[in-house]
Unconditional design. Structure first.
Length: 136
């Protein structure tokens, strides 16, 4: 991390649904483009709507170098109930990836007023979902 040899520490994620003790991090972490960092990508087949999740990132030092040092930070997120009833459209309806400019639009989505979308990002993958690349 600070130019130390990679065998002096290790890092990772712990992801649990609040009220549950099963760590789902192995199913949700993906390699971030062109780095050793990991991006948490929570697929809808792993997460359950209407629940809170504790996401912890940790760094643990090798006992021979750091005498068991461990540091972590966490955040708790809420995965809301998905909106319903809407439509997505794309113009043009077909084209060539990275060549054609597509315009995406949505219409008539309905959601709980207490559970609105605050932020969303788009990513794409060229290797079947092992690495995700942000869409600018």
């Amino acid at each position: 991390m600070n130019n130390e040899s990679a065998d002096t520490y290790w890092f990772g994620w712990i992801i649990t649904k609040l009220g549950d003790s099963v760590d789902i991090a192995n199913d949700t972490t993906k390699r971030y483009m062109n780095s050793d960092l990991r991006l948490v990508h929570m697929d809808n087949n792993i997460i359950t709507p209407n629940f809170y999740y504790n996401i912890t990132f940790y760094v643990k030092g090798n006992d021979s170098y750091y005498n068991g040092m461990i540091n972590s930070m966490f955040t708790i997120i809420y995965i809301g109930i998905p909106p319903k009833g809407g439509k997505c459209s794309m113009i043009p309806s077909n084209g060539i990836a990275t060549v054609t400019t597509f315009q995406l639009s949505t219409l008539e989505w309905k959601e709980d007023l207490n559970d609105y979308i605050v932020l969303y990002n788009f990513y794409y993958s060229l290797d079947g979902g092992k690495t995700f690349i942000p869409v600018p």
